[in-house]
Design a protein around this ligand. Sequence first.
Ligand SMILES: C[S@@+](CC[C@H](N)C(=O)[O-])C[C@H]1O[C@@H](n2cnc3c(N)ncnc32)[C@H](O)[C@@H]1O
Length: 229
Amino acid sequence: MSNYQGETLGVPVSLEEIKKSYGVVSRFYVAVEAIFEKGVRRKGLQLLSVIPGEVVLEVGVGTGYALREIASSVGENGKACGIDITPQMLEITRKRLKKAGLMERVELYEGDARSMPYEDSKFDAVYTASTLELFDTPDIPTVLNEVKRVLKPTGRLGVASLTKKGKEGSLFIRFYEWLHQKIPKYANCRPIYVEKSVEDAGYQIIKSEEFTLLKIVPWRIIVARPLTN
Ligand SMILES: C[S@@+](CC[C@H](N)C(=O)[O-])C[C@H]1O[C@@H](n2cnc3c(N)ncnc32)[C@H](O)[C@@H]1O
């Protein structure tokens, strides 16, 4: 049915296909967010603890709920930037931030997180939720390195992701991986080894919490700092 070992499955889907599927998903993602992402978002942002005046990036903004909270936390003197590959997601985010009266402190960019348009050491913090686990295995270090480039040396990275560690044989992981292998265009993400991925990319984890949704869906939420050479 699936692999029970400590392997991360690949993602055999092109960026164009991912973009296309999230264009469709964007129409009902508000419901997905309400069921699956809300609790994780609260915990993730609480652990990251954005403060007024900070310049913060969110990678994979989706429909903009987290970015709205980040924009509110950075205050008038801070900045909240968001990057996403899917124009429909960015449009929904733009409307949400405009409605909240926060667009003046927000910058949105349509693009690929593997190669971002931001200058080196721009951000105090980078946040990414439910996004790292949809990059193909070789792309995960690429994204984390790109994040490290745009983070200040003293900056922090917050990640919330489906986790596989210690859950390899669980029914949920087996089912999810099976689904991912059957219909990768739609079930394009899969559980990953979050802490190992982040540490291997040259970060030190400073906070780490597990979050289990509906008693079966395992998430890992971490905050990490780039290691200096
Ligand atoms: C599962 S959604 C998560 C959205 C949001 N972070 C949340 O927690 O609700 C993943 C998002 O990542 C975006 N995405 C996928 N591949 C990307 C890439 N290569 N670069 C930037 N964004 C990407 C998708 O368009 C989508 O909006």
